[in-house]
Ligand binder design. Sequence first.
Ligand code: IPD
Ligand code: CA
Ligand code: CA
Ligand code: CA
Length: 263
Amino acid sequence: MLYSATINVMVKAARRAGRSLKRDLGEIEHLQVSLKGPANFVSLADKRAEEILYQDLAKARPGYGFVGEEGGTREGTDKSHTWIVDPLDGTTNFLHGIPQFAISIGLAREGTVIAGVIYNPANDELYIAERGKGAFLNDQRLRVAGRRQLNECVVACGLPHIGRGDHEEFRREMTAIQNRVAGLRRFGAAALDLAFVAAGRLDGYWERNLSPWDIAAGQIMVKEAGGTVSDIDTPGDALTTGHVVCGNEYVHGELVKILRKVA
Ligand code: IPD
Ligand code: CA
Ligand code: CA
Ligand code: CA
């Protein structure tokens, strides 16, 4: 596959940060794990990966702004372009040795995401999307699943955990969806949940209270694979609200109907 120069920059950075995560995966006892808030872990692995991504992306595109989960916002001189980066999505999985985690890099122009790369170094799966050019997993074109009967669908969600989110609301949503689908899953890395929808592995996914770096790259992945992504409660953009729901057009519509009814 021939990708644009920008995608190549993103892929190179993601692979270098991926090598750092893989090294750290074998050294978990030396990673100085701390808590940023309830059940929100951060470790040297997150910080090292973010620094690699910042160095590589800033070197290739010097003026662009950079928003990373661990380092916050670093303003650039080019006010129209911003990298939106999660250096390690799925930290809790990572720290438990569960190989479901990823680097997620989105590129926004004037507030709209125009490119996304998601990379899981544990299984070397590399997801790429560029606006108007499609989505790919290891160079294979992606298409969302085509199922139209909710009772045949497998849907993933995010769980609110200790100290975060509205647990009662989640229980109502989960029960309502559980009653309608063939299977419900919780994998623990939002970027990969979105990538799995793009790849047609999952029929749908919803989660509340996410951050822009969890969503940016995955959102364009789903759209470029022909899927629909939105905020849960309005037709608006999940990137700004943090409440995301997606699937093919039909599944997205059904999930939205159920979730809004129980809200
Ligand atoms: C988390 C993961 C998880 C989701 C959390 C996110 P992190 O990201 O994506 O699946 O449920 O809400 O914060 O903190 O591991 O980068
Ligand atoms: Ca985190
Ligand atoms: Ca994340
Ligand atoms: Ca993270």
